[in-house]
Design a binder for this molecule. Structure first.
Ligand code: MN
Length: 244
């Protein structure tokens, strides 16, 4: 049996439609997982059931995280916010973290959600808030083309997965991690200093990346991004449920 990876989705503005690019589920299927989508709910019982039935959690990309969740009011530069999605993902993230060994992978917004769930905060908008000029983190070319390098910190899980000190990544974000909570360490950064990946110490696999490996892994010259999904799916063996 393939490990079951729960994947969160975007919620349309009228809260009538769930949305997810197939690239997430394609990458998970190619890495040996059985992905399932987790519709948002505010039921603590259902959230606990989700956390108990999955072998891993993928927090997908999407709109902005509400700054109120880290004690700020919204700037003019804030993008679309889904209160339903924010509340669901934070509660689900907490429930899965409480399990202790269930692997979590956050992608783009997913990294930001993870950081807020653990007690950190975000730059609401890099252009407005980041000290100094940044690179173009909202690239103009398609996401199958990497646009900026990131330096990978040595002696990290990410480094052991990618096996390189520098990789090229795509970039579709205007928010980013500002303060990391204790125990959640930066594992990759762009040349301008923006945090591009982080992982939780003393956890078998809890990490996030600010880029979109699901849109790179099957592109020519970008195969090493597939290792992120392979390592994530492999890590589920640590908490595999007893299923036939
Ligand atoms: Mn970037």
């Amino acid at each position: 049996m393939r490990p079951i990876i729960g994947v969160t989705t975007s919620v349309s503005e009228d809260e009538a439609v769930l949305q997810l690019n197939c690239t997430y589920t394609d990458a998970l299927i190619a890495a040996g997982a059985a992905p399932i989508l987790l519709p948002p709910t505010d039921s603590p019982t259902l959230i606990a059931q989700y956390a108990g039935m999955i072998d891993g959690l993928l927090l997908s990309g999407g709109g902005d995280v509400d700054p109120q969740l880290f004690g700020e009011t919204q700037h003019w530069e804030i993008g679309a916010i889904s209160p339903v999605r924010d509340a669901f993902e934070l509660a689900l993230c907490q429930a899965v973290l409480d399990k202790g060994t269930v692997p979590i992978l956050g992608i783009c917004r997913g990294l930001q959600v993870l950081n807020v769930a653990l007690g950190g905060d975000l730059y609401q908008d890099l252009k407005a808030d980041f000290p100094g000029k940044t690179l173009a983190h909202q690239q103009k070319q398609r996401s199958c083309h990497p646009s900026h390098p990131v330096s990978i910190a040595p002696n990290t899980m990410l480094h052991s997965i990618l096996g390189q000190m520098e990789v090229m990544v795509n970039s579709h974000h205007h928010q980013a991690i500002r303060r990391l909570p204790e125990g959640f360490i930066s594992t990759a950064s762009a040349p301008d200093g923006v945090t591009e990946a982080a992982e939780l110490l003393h956890h078998p696999f809890c990490m996030g990346v600010q880029w979109h490996p699901e849109r790179l892994w099957d592109q020519c010259g970008c195969a090493l991004h597939k290792r992120i999904f392979s390592a994530f799916v492999d890590a589920t063996s640590l908490c595999k449920k007893d299923r036939l």
